[in-house]
Design a protein around this ligand. Structure first.
Ligand SMILES: Nc1ncnc2c1ncn2[C@@H]1O[C@H](COP(=O)(O)OP(=O)(O)OP(=O)(O)O)[C@@H](O)[C@H]1O
Ligand SMILES: [Mg+2]
Length: 395
């Protein structure tokens, strides 16, 4: 069956050029000449992809994209490439926030457009239809659990995920399990109008294809299952989990099937939701810093893990800001804990905070910085532990 592309553009010349180029490539093309008609055709005809002009009279491309995304309610996701007239960052960001997946600046070469279309279609194709999509994933679940708040759990989870995805070429998902106050949206510069774990737990027949539509693609190459948009909607997730813990098991097992690694950024609570995450995880990274409060909490956490019956290797200690001067060095900490610290991430306050405030994780923006290298070494160690025989695509 031919791939159906909907062109939404008020400019007759552009319409003609696009229709010609797309038909030549074997696409089935329909055209809408304004935003409102575009929204209607998108929802009725369910094209496989939309090319959306941004500057249109009446309903512009941003509003049309927003309306389509709102009507999809996070279920189903037609890929949208926006056509902009200027390489203006503000416009691009606005379009991506509205829900577009990619953009291309006019005038563009038809070959570039075709390449973008193919790339986007490949990304959003059902797994079973992807070339090599049947290949099993490594399918590991890594929980990141804070020994106390503010130690850098989210920072490490995000940047480790990006390291696995970009540097080691692994399909990587990151789940924000801080249900009430998840930070991934702000840390990764994503809006509130994205699907979240609420969509996933509310869907009675969640299958692989539906689950993919709930994963938010980030430009850093990781995919996210976001926390509920408000603290109040977090209750929905907790309530669902209480009624039917299999709902969470199903989400996690779909994620294992889709991704080599699923990383989970957890909150510190020891509640039913987190206990289930602990149970399902292949490894629990307890993130700590070298201070008294962590040295008090870590043994309590370790005891809890023993009482849950986990074998020793399942729980690993990650010392963040390891070379910060706290008066407690690594060997002091190890002797206080009576066990070794498995991994260390160095301290680089400026690098960490400026990445945070710019919404661009340091692993994307400054991959060569010492902090990025330190987290990457950790990501490599994870990959080596779980996939010792696999050769990373990029060394
Ligand atoms: N390796 C590091 N070096 C220096 N600063 C760091 C490092 N890791 C994290 N930080 C800083 O520590 C602060 C807390 O980080 P982050 O939000 O990731 O922690 P958290 O444990 O997830 O916190 P919360 O309890 O709020 O979820 C941020 O300002 C971050 O920039
Ligand atoms: Mg956090």
């Amino acid at each position: 069956m031919a791939t159906k592309v909907l062109v939404v553009d008020d400019d007759l010349n552009i319409q003609r050029v696009l229709v010609f180029a797309l038909k030549q490539e074997g696409y089935e093309v329909t055209v809408a000449s304004d935003g409102a008609a575009g929204v209607q055709m998108a929802l009725e005809a369910r094209p496989d992809l939309i090319l959306m002009d941004m500057a249109m009279p009446k309903l512009d491309g941003y509003a049309a994209t927003q309306q389509i995304r709102a009507a999809e309610k996070g279920v189903g996701h037609i890929p949208i490439i926006m056509l902009t007239s200027e390489a203006d960052v503000g416009q691009r960001v606005r379009g991506l926030r509205a829900g577009a997946d990619d953009d291309i600046v006019k005038p563009f070469h038809p070959l570039e457009l075709m390449a973008r279309i193919k790339a986007l279609m490949a990304q959003s194709a059902p797994v079973s239809a992807k070339a090599g999509g049947e290949a099993p994933t490594i399918g590991k679940l890594c929980a990141f659990y804070p020994a106390k708040g503010g130690v850098g759990t989210t920072t490490i989870a995000i940047n480790t995920a990006i390291g696995l995805a970009r540097e080691l070429n692994r399909r990587t998902a990151l789940i924000d399990a801080n249900l009430q106050f998840g930070d991934l949206r702000v840390f990764l510069d994503l809006g509130l109008d994205t699907p979240s774990i609420v969509s996933a737990v509310s869907e009675p027949d969640l299958d692989l294809d539906l689950f993919r539509t709930m994963m938010v693609k980030h430009r850093s190459q990781i995919e996210l299952l976001l926390a509920p948009p408000t603290p109040a909607s977090a209750d929905l997730v907790v309530e669902r989990q209480r009624q039917a813990p299999t709902v969470i098991s199903n989400i996690l097992s779909l994620s294992r099937r889709l991704y080599d690694y699923t990383l989970v950024d957890m909150s510190q609570a020891i509640d039913d939701f987190n206990l289930q995450l602990f149970d399902e995880a292949d490894v629990i990274f307890v993130v700590m810093t070298a201070d008294l409060s962590c040295l008090k909490n870590v043994p309590l956490v370790l005891e809890t893990m023993v009482s849950l019956g986990y074998e020793q290797g399942k729980v690993q200690l990650v010392l963040n800001r390891s070379n910060a001067y706290t008066g407690i060095n690594v060997s002091n900490a190890e002797s206080a804990l009576g066990r070794k610290i498995d991994y260390q991430v160095i301290n680089e306050y400026r690098g960490a905070i400026s990445a945070l405030n710019s919404g661009e994780p340091f692993m994307s923006s400054r991959a060569d910085a010492p902090l990025s290298k330190s987290v990457l070494a950790f990501a490599r160690a994870i990959d080596k532990a779980f996939a010792p025989d696999a050769v990373p695509a990029r060394a």
